[in-house]
Design a protein around this ligand. Structure first.
Ligand code: RIB
Ligand code: CA
Length: 321
């Protein structure tokens, strides 16, 4: 039997976080060894319950879930994205609210510490919410960077517009100071920004295929994305559809999304209080020479993918691959 790669998912469980969890749970090469929650799409407490609801749907009540940060490193929470993910954070799609398993008694940082020790050198982290838990973990856990194999982050916008402000993407603007701490920590980091997540589009055809599959996880995603499509409306893509942000980052982590362009470049997060707050300033000047000769960056940034991931996602969720 091939050994599965241990993955910790740090998330603010909304609709696309749920897609990422379900995608990984159905993927052969990885094992989710724990989930930590953070404020963002909803409160960290609700996001932990949402993770448990999703895990229960997949029959994985054995995976521990720990509650993390309820507020950013600096200041207070400015908004929760219930307008994007529904009042329950999962598209109000009827997923049972009562869960068999309860959140861990450990904090997210304590749980990250435990997993980093247990899987030292092997642990991969998929960070698909604000980066507050990881920033706290870096400050509180000696030697953490050396114990983690890599961190894959859904967040930011390299050369694309933001989605929460003209310059900033939601996960980063929720806690820019934390994002800067995590991206500059010296561990192997991959950023999956809006440049690519807004180009991998779920459509009504995908929803139809999910809905008729007779697979609980697929039926749930079909139901939840009805709300998600409603948020994106016709404006984003000219048809009822949505991005699948966090799930795309999961595909990058498993290696099933092979970027067409993903240079290692310098990334700095704007932590000022001006209109650029939360922007990920990515040094993409290497575009002018096809990124040949670029060196010394702190982050691999996925700039281009081929648009086929939603199909892979659907096939994985219906059990076809
Ligand atoms: O900007 C997209 C990100 O913000 C995703 O992680 C999504 O879940 C939302 O929180
Ligand atoms: Ca998320």
């Amino acid at each position: 039997m091939t050994q599965r790669t241990p993955v910790l998912v740090d998330c603010d469980t909304g609709i696309d976080d749920a897609m990422a969890l379900l995608f990984l749970l159905a993927s052969d090469g990885v094992e989710i060894v724990g989930v930590t929650s953070v404020f963002g799409n909803n409160t960290a407490a609700q996001c932990a319950i949402n993770s448990l609801r999703v895990l229960e749907l997949a029959g994985r009540t054995d995976i521990p879930v720990a509650i993390g940060a309820e507020k950013p490193l600096v200041g207070e929470v400015t908004y929760l994205a219930t307008h994007v993910h529904g009042s329950d954070g999962l598209g109000d799609a009827g997923l049972p609210v009562d869960v068999a398993a309860q959140p861990s008694t450990k904090t997210a940082v304590e749980f990250i510490d435990e997993l980093a020790e247990r899987y030292a050198g092997e642990l991969r982290i998929l960070a698909i919410g604000p980066l507050t838990n990881l920033a706290h973990a870096l400050d509180q856990i000696p030697g953490l960077v050396g114990k983690v194999r890599d961190v894959v982050i859904m967040g930011g916008a390299a050369d694309a517009p933001g989605n929460q402000s003209p310059a900033a993407e939601a996960n980063i603007i929720h806690d820019p100071e934390a994002a800067q701490r995590v991206i500059s920590a010296g561990w192997e980091t991959t950023l999956v920004p809006l440049d690519v997540t807004m180009r991998e589009i779920l459509t009504e055809d995908h929803r139809d295929r999910l809905a008729v599959a007779g697979v609980p996880a697929a039926s749930f995603v079909a139901a939840a994305t009805d709300f998600y499509f409603g948020h994106y409306g016709m404006d984003s893509f000219g048809r009822r559809s949505s991005a699948c942000h966090d799930a795309l980052a999961a595909g990058v982590l498993t290696g099933e999304v092979v970027p067409l362009s993903a240079p290692v470049i310098d990334v700095v997060v704007d932590c000022t209080d001006g209109p650029g707050r939360g922007a990920t300033i990515c040094d993409t000047r290497g575009r002018y020479r096809n990124f040949t000769g670029t060196s010394g960056g702190n982050c691999r940034v996925v700039l281009e993918t081929d648009g086929t991931f939603p199909d892979v996602l659907v096939r994985r969720l219906v059990g076809a691959v």
